[in-house]
Design a protein. Structure first.
Length: 187
């Protein structure tokens, strides 16, 4: 949360280099980036709340508004970064799942081909088969086995596709898991 990249963004967004230069330097020149990072590290603290997923950010300043702005900006930057990372992980998971479904569809096609071959070899019309044909003692075992595997693969592929749609719906309703409390203090 107090990584230099995030703090640099806060410093830039709030124009703290100029503000602090005017306040703390006799010549009123802006703080350098290093000076600003050192100063913000002195005036900000982050504490995780025990047994929760909540962070408390405290910023101190002679100006109450500035302290509140710093604490809120750090919280906003951290939350945005955390949300982006979570969304990227979610998208990577969905992408992997989509690839798996494509592979599963290929397996279904292979099993369909094997079933059709067994039907041709045994002079059976594939369209005459139903899910319950697996139990028919009139069908050769090779056809029943091919039908069984094809049905299993087809059902699995449908289940994965439905689950993927659910994941995509969940992603569109994704809510941040980050909880932050900010506190501004004036010495």
């Amino acid at each position: 949360m107090l990584a230099p990249e995030g703090l640099t963004s806060v410093i830039e967004d709030l124009k703290l280099e100029e503000t602090w230069g005017k306040r703390f330097k006799p010549n009123h020149k802006p703080f350098s980036r290093t000076e600003a990072l050192d100063h913000i590290a002195e005036v900000v603290s982050v504490e995780p709340k025990k047994d929760t997923d909540i962070f408390e950010i405290t910023a101190q300043s002679e100006e109450a508004r500035e302290a509140a702005d710093i604490a809120n900006a750090i919280a906003d930057h951290y939350k945005a970064r955390s949300d982006r990372e979570e969304e990227e992980r979610y998208k990577a998971g969905i992408s992997a799942y989509e690839k798996y479904i494509v592979d599963q569809q290929k397996n279904v096609e292979i099993q369909k081909g094997l079933l059709e071959k067994q039907c041709r070899d045994n002079k059976i019309k594939p369209e005459s088969l139903t899910a319950s044909s697996i139990n028919s003692p009139l069908l050769p075992v090779s056809v029943r086995m091919a039908l069984y595997v094809y049905n299993q693969q087809s059902e699995a592929q449908k289940a994965y596709a439905n689950h993927l749609e659910g994941l995509k719906t969940d992603q569109s309703h994704m809510e941040s898991s980050v909880r932050i409390v900010t506190r501004a203090t004036v010495p």
